[in-house]
Design a protein around this ligand. Structure first.
Ligand code: AMP
Length: 474
């Protein structure tokens, strides 16, 4: 099947050609014709399947011949994180290059002034995170009465981040006679309820969840007996010094630890940089770019910051912290071993991680091999000798030991700004985030398993949220 068979115009086909896409991915082949027919779409697909184009292309096709009025966007794309919004915007620009469509991006960390100018002139597409959108709506900067197509991307992530009330509110602000394109990787009950309430007889288009048996990711475990952060960081560096480590992502459960670990690694001479939701947008974008070009070898990240990022294949994933939720483990290690390349995931487990480890092993259906059991695997380098070891600073230790879940694990969403947002929510947003960690926000136990579809066929190369499903067909 070709993109032409899907009913797309030459302007879009040329842009796809320029992007080097030769054929639609399964989610694109399934969702684009349905969206073009005007029906609502419930797309069940993960990052890496080509889902962004599956809603962006029909959106462009449908909007191509109209014009937006001032402050009245004709379509809305809601994403859970700034990074994802920026990526969607990037995709839109690529696919709409041969059209006159305009787009505004409304996310924390990006100056509103220039975006306001675009909106005032009339934006065809508005890409936004929920909080930012509602802020600007309440300030009267945007009217949603002309929205013809509303896209919700990564709905299950919105749930994880506590955005469902915002999404419900946005749905109540757009016209009822709109088209909705709704995407989620999983279908927990809350998302199912949202779909039933706000979508109109949607066609469900589902691409298979990658298998839970990694064939290309070598999974290893390091037991860190000593509970101190220093012992953990020592173990991490040993893992990073293994043969074959080209680059990698180091996952921490808490934002504060992301900073501490990145700083400690830099002190030891590693090329490492942090990425989490408290960093401003330009820093995050610059860090990601440096990682993509190889200028930075190791990205230290929180789950939320890393989620949805279009990061090229990495040789290694390191779990500095055992994830609170087993399926985060699967998402994390899916960052390596992509597209048939061999990858390695090394997880540090402390004495307190027994339960989480058991949950991970139950989910993946196997015991993770102990790295310590492999003689000669860990190759210490000069920086690990006591002489080269910069004493962990008081600051580091303090940060490690006093990390407060309240502050260090708030979501990556833009923080509430100004009175309007606070008054809108009353005490709710406070009670929602205070005392809750990224993990606590999750209600994953209610998630439904998505059965692998028989349609994908072919060899399954890896797993996690980044394995492009269409690679499996090649
Ligand atoms: P997504 O799941 O939307 O994040 O897309 C994952 C990656 O696949 C992105 O880098 C896209 O640019 C790329 N991609 C999307 N559709 C295609 C296609 N039909 N052929 C090749 N690459 C694609």
């Amino acid at each position: 099947m070709s993109f032409k068979d899907l009913g797309l115009s030459p302007a879009i086909l040329d842009a796809l050609d320029a992007a080097g896409y030769t054929e639609p991915t399964p989610i694109q082949a399934g969702a684009i014709p349905v969206a073009l027919s005007g029906r609502d779409v419930l797309g069940i697909a993960q990052t890496g399947t080509g889902k962004t184009a599956s809603f962006t292309l029909p959106l462009i096709e449908k909007l191509m011949n109209g014009r937006a009025k001032a402050r009245m966007p004709r379509s809305l794309i809601i994403t859970p994180t700034r990074e994802l919004a920026a990526q969607v915007a990037e995709n839109f620009e690529k696919y709409a290059a041969n059209t006159k469509l305009t787009m505004a991006l409304l996310i924390g960390g990006v100056a509103f002034g220039p975006q306001e100018q675009v909106l005032n002139r009339g934006a065809d597409v508005l890409v936004a995170t929920p909080g930012r959108l509602l802020d600007q709506f309440e300030r009267g900067k945007i009217l949603l009465a002309d929205v013809q197509v509303m896209v919700v991307d990564e709905a299950d992530r919105m749930l994880d981040m506590g955005f469902i009330p915002d999404i419900e509110r946005i749905f109540s602000l757009v016209p009822p006679r709109r088209q909705t394109l709704f995407f989620s990787a999983t279908m927990p009950k809350e998302i199912q309820r949202l779909v039933e309430r706000f979508l109109n007889n949607p066609e469900r288009v589902e691409v298979s969840r990658p298998a839970m048996a990694a064939t290309t990711v070598n999974q290893l475990l390091i037991r860190v007996k000593d509970k101190t952060p220093k012992a953990k960081r020592d173990a991490l560096r040993k893992a990073m010094d293994r043969d074959g480590v080209k680059n990698g992502i180091i996952f921490c459960n808490r934002k504060r630890d992301v900073d501490v670990v990145a700083r400690a690694l830099q002190k030891h001479g590693y090329s490492a940089a942090p990425i989490h939701g408290d960093l401003d947008q330009s820093t995050r974008t610059a860090t990601l770019e440096k990682f993509k070009t190889g200028e930075v070898r190791f990205l230290v990240a929180s789950d939320v910051a890393a989620r949805g990022l279009d990061i090229p294949a990495v040789s290694h994933v390191f779990n500095y912290d055992m994830p609170h939720h087993a399926d985060d483990y699967v998402h994390r290690i899916g960052r390596t071993g992509r597209a048939g390349l061999q990858g390695e995931a090394i997880t540090l487990a402390g004495p307190e991680d027994g339960k989480s480890l058991a949950a991970v092993e139950a989910l993946i259906g196997t015991k993770i091999e102990l790295l310590d059991a492999k003689p000669g695997d860990a190759k210490p380098k000069a920086a690990d000798t006591p002489a080269a070891e910069p004493e962990a600073t008081t600051e580091d230790n303090a940060a490690d030991e006093t990390a407060q879940p309240d502050e260090s694990t708030t979501s990556d969403s833009p923080r509430p700004e100004g009175g309007a947002r606070r008054s809108r929510r009353g005490g709710r947003s406070k009670s929602r985030s205070r005392g809750k960690s990224e993990g606590d926000e999750k209600r994953r136990d209610e998630r439904e398993e998505i059965s692998p579809s028989s349609g994908g066929g072919g060899k399954i190369l890896g797993f996690g949220d980044d394995v492009p499903a269409f690679f499996r067909n090649s």
